[in-house]
Design a protein around this ligand. Structure first.
Ligand SMILES: Cc1cc2nc3c(=O)[nH]c(=O)nc-3n(C[C@H](O)[C@H](O)[C@H](O)COP(=O)(O)OP(=O)(O)OC[C@H]3O[C@@H](n4cnc5c(N)ncnc54)[C@H](O)[C@@H]3O)c2cc1C
Length: 383
C-alpha cells in the first residue's frame, strides 16, 4: 500500500456492521473522509439478522476445518469490544446492549459433552477463564434449562451485544459526522490501468457481505464482477440463516445458553432462538416449517419456552469462505481492499476488522495476524 502524503479519501462499499465499523474507525477515530455506498437500506443485511453473540470459545476454540488462527482473531476482537461498545454508546447517546455476563454452553448428549470438553481443553491451554459445570451447577446458574442436561461450561470469553442497537448507533454517529457521506446506490467503479478506480477517492474497501465478489466494475462500456480483480474473492459463498424471537415470559432463560443444535439469546423482553445454517442458500423470508422446528429445539433446551408466543421470525445470509474466516486487507489489485466472509462471527469480528483495515489503508504493513487473513492465503484441506 502506497503511503499517502495526506489522509486518503476512502470509499466503502457496503453498510453492514463491517463497512460501518470500518467507517467509524476511519472517519470518527482517525479523521479520514469516507463515502459509504449501499444498494439497499444501510444496516439491514446479515448484521440486522444476527443474534449478537460475541463467542470466540463456542465458535472457534474447537471448530475443525476453520482457519488455524480464527480463534486468535476472535479473541483479539473480543478484547476490543468493551472499549468500542462504551465509546460508541457515548457518542451515539444510546445503549448498544453490550453485556459481559458469561454465556452458558449445555450438553444434551455425549457428543455435545465431548465437544465441550475439547473447548475447555483449548481454553485451559490458552489460560482463558471458564468453568466446567456439572448438570446441577449448570441448572443453578440457569434454572430454565432442561432437567436432562448432562453438564456444560460457563464461558467468560463469550458475551453478547444487541447487534441491531449497535448498527443503529453506528448509523446515528456516522450520519451526523462531517467526514462521512452516505450514497444510496452502487458505486460507479471503473477499471483503468488494471486498477479499480472511483472518482474522488484514493482507495476502495469492498465490504458487501456475501455479495462482495459480484460488485460491478465498468471497463470499456462493459460490466465485470470484482472477482476479475482478485480471483480469490470467488471463494466468498453464502449461508442462509433463519431465526425467531419469542416473548420472554416466566420460564424463559435469563442468560445466553447454547447447545450444539440451538442457541437462546435473551434480548429486549424477548428470547431469540437461532439459527439454521443453510449453505448456498440466499433466503429472503423465513419458512414456517423451519421456524417451527427451530422453536421446538429451543423448547427442548429450555422447556419453559413451550407456550411463549412467537413475536418475530426472519432470515439473513452469512458471507462465508472455505475456512470460515474473513478475507481482510489489500487484494492483489493495489488500492482495492476487502473485508468480507465473516461467516458466523461478523458481529464479533467487526472491531478487529475495522482496526486492521484502517491500519493497512493508512499505510501500515499488516501485522502477522492480519496478513494471515489475506486473499493470498491457501486454504487447508477440509477434514
Ligand atoms: C441468522 C444469523 C445469525 C447470526 N448470528 C451471529 C452472532 O450471534 N454473532 C456474530 O458475530 N455473527 C452472527 N452472524 C453473522 C453476522 O451477521 C455476519 O457475519 C455479519 O453481519 C456480516 O456483516 P457484513 O457487513 O459483511 O454483511 P451485511 O450485514 O450483510 O452487509 C452487507 C451490505 O452490503 C450491501 N451491498 C450488497 N451489494 C452491494 C453493492 N454492490 N454495493 C454496495 N453495497 C452492497 C448490502 O445491501 C448490505 O447492506 C449471524 C448471521 C445470521 C444470518
Amino acid at each position: 500500500m502506497a503511503l499517502f502524503s495526506s489522509l486518503p479519501r476512502i470509499a466503502i462499499l457496503g453498510a453492514g456492521i463491517i463497512g460501518l465499523t470500518a467507517a467509524y474507525e476511519l472517519a470518527v477515530r482517525r479523521g479520514v473522509r469516507v463515502t459509504i455506498y449501499d444498494v439497499r437500506p444501510p444496516g439491514r443485511g446479515a448484521s440486522w439478522a444476527a443474534a449478537g453473540m460475541l463467542a470466540p470459545a463456542f465458535e472457534a476454540a474447537d471448530a475443525p476445518g476453520v482457519h488455524p488462527r480464527l480463534f486468535e482473531l476472535c479473541l483479539a476482537s473480543g478484547a476490543l469490544w468493551p472499549g468500542f461498545a462504551q465509546e460508541l454508546a457515548a457518542r451515539a447517546g444510546r445503549p448498544v446492549g453490550f453485556d459481559r455476563t458469561p454465556s452458558l454452553a449445555a450438553a444434551l448428549d455425549e457428543d455435545e459433552l465431548g465437544r465441550l470438553s475439547r473447548i475447555a481443553a483449548t481454553l485451559r491451554r490458552a489460560g482463558l477463564a471458564h468453568t466446567e459445570l456439572s448438570a446441577a451447577q449448570l441448572r443453578r446458574r440457569e434454572p430454565a434449562l432442561n432437567a436432562d442436561v448432562l453438564g456444560g461450561l460457563e464461558l467468560e470469553t463469550d458475551v453478547r451485544v444487541h447487534n441491531r442497537e449497535t448498527v443503529s448507533a453506528l448509523l446515528a454517529v456516522l450520519g451526523a459526522h462531517p467526514k462521512v457521506r452516505f450514497v444510496d446506490g452502487p458505486a460507479p467503479l471503473k477499471s483503468a490501468g488494471g486498477r479499480v478506480r472511483l472518482e474522488g477517492h484514493d482507495a476502495i474497501l469492498a465490504a458487501a457481505g456475501w455479495e462482495t465478489a459480484i460488485i460491478k466494475v465498468e471497463e470499456d462500456g462493459q460490466r465485470f464482477s470484482l472477482v476479475n480483480w482478485d480471483t480469490a474473492l470467488d471463494d466468498i459463498d453464502c449461508h442462509g440463516g433463519q431465526m425467531l424471537a419469542v416473548r420472554a415470559d416466566e420460564g424463559a432463560p435469563e442468560r445466553v445458553v447454547r447447545s450444539g443444535r440451538v442457541y437462546l439469546v435473551p434480548r429486549s423482553e424477548q428470547v431469540v432462538i437461532g439459527a439454521t445454517v443453510e449453505p448456498d442458500r440466499v433466503i429472503d423470508a423465513p419458512e414456517a416449517d423451519v421456524i417451527e422446528a427451530l422453536r421446538l429445539e429451543g423448547v427442548r433446551l429450555c422447556p419453559g419456552l413451550a407456550a411463549a408466543s412467537v413475536v418475530e421470525s426472519w432470515a439473513g445470509v452469512r458471507p462465508g469462505t472455505p475456512d470460515h474466516a474473513p478475507f481482510l486487507g489489500e487484494t492483489i489489485t493495489p488500492g482495492l481492499f476487502v473485508a468480507a466472509g465473516h461467516y458466523r462471527n461478523g458481529i464479533l469480528l467487526a472491531p478487529v476488522t475495522a482496526k486492521m483495515l484502517a491500519d493497512e489503508m493508512l499505510g501500515e504493513a499488516p501485522d502477522g495476524l492480519a496478513a494471515a487473513f489475506s486473499t493470498r492465503r491457501a486454504f487447508a484441506a477440509t477434514p
